[in-house]
Design a protein around this ligand. Structure first.
Ligand SMILES: [Zn+2]
Length: 294
């Protein structure tokens, strides 16, 4: 099995022993990532097979030991994301080509300013992405399985939960009903009103508490009514620290992107597949896929 690693979440204290990814794990995950970057399952799919035993359940109602694998979709998204980065760093070879290490992740970022569309390689160091401990009240809410509460600017009581992967599934189910199964729209990135509605499980005074009615409520808020709600939720630790600063290598604009999980996150590029080094030139023509065989 190779060396195992102990992963302890700075967010909730949840701790487990994990094995590294095997080649077949990485192949499957790279395939999944290629199919859809916004796939909701890839986070839990990437972490679940590495679980060996739970050392500290943290605030979750799960058993210690090696008998039952926790349902990662019912854990905080941030916990799963943190575990994912740790497994990735433990699994990858220590030193890679071109000064990259196991801590580096190079992905294709799309410039928010260049027209026509321009994508460029952007690097992040996974060890430098910060995770913070949850506030006490939020930990207590997780432990007691009770929602958190706040008052919207219109006076309505809102009950909400911290972000979990399972909530994304609710949204996919809702969209499949609306647009049909397998449609691109069912897997698109959630809109702000949808994100609020899947986390806020109760809004006072709505006709029904169905997801569709909650989405309608949030979509109809004024921007200045939404901001305090979002701020309140984010103080409770209800955010996903997946934002990365980018600088476009063409127009030099700085902007933020949500860290995508592309195939290159899971699979180091194979040096055997790489073409011999080219002489250094200023020109950088469109890269050709060395794999094209057809
Ligand atoms: Zn640009």
């Amino acid at each position: 099995m190779g060396k195992t690693t102990i992963i302890t979440s700075p967010i909730t204290g949840f701790s487990f022993e994990a094995r590294k990814w095997k080649l077949h794990d990485m192949e499957r995950l790279a395939e999944l990532a290629d199919e859809a970057d916004e796939s909701v399952d890839i986070l839990s799919e990437a972490v679940r097979p590495t679980w060996i035993r739970t050392i500290d359940p943290g605030p979750y109602d799960i058993k210690k030991g090696a008998d039952s694998c926790p349902d990662f979709t019912e854990m905080l998204k941030l916990d799963v994301l943190h575990s994912l980065f740790q497994v990735r760093m433990a699994s990858w070879p220590e030193d890679l080509e071109k000064g990259m290490t196991r801590e580096h992740y190079q992905f294709d970022a799309e410039c928010a300013h260049c027209k026509p569309k321009y994508t460029f390689p952007q690097q992040v160091r996974l060890s430098q992405l910060k995770f913070f401990p949850l506030p006490k009240a939020s930990l207590e809410a997780l432990r007691s399985k009770k929602p958190l509460e706040l008052r919207a600017p219109d006076g309505k009581l809102i009950k909400y939960e911290l972000p979990k992967l399972a909530q994304d599934k609710d949204l996919v189910a809702y969209r499949e009903k609306l647009y049909g199964k397998g449609k691109a729209k069912t897997k698109a990135r959630p809109k702000p009103s949808e994100l609020l509605a899947i986390q806020c499980t109760y809004v006072e005074g709505l006709k029904t508490q169905l997801l569709s009615d909650r989405i309608k409520y949030f979509a109809n808020l004024d921007l200045d009514e939404m901001t305090p709600i979002r701020n309140g939720m984010s103080k409770a630790g209800s955010y996903v620290a997946q934002k990365v600063d980018c600088t476009c290598d063409r127009c030099k604009a700085k902007f933020e992107v949500r860290l995508p999980l592309q195939a290159s996150f899971f699979m180091p590029s194979d040096p055997m597949e790489e073409q011999p080094p080219e002489p250094e030139t200023e020109e950088n023509p469109e890269q050709q896929d060395p794999d094209e065989e057809t």
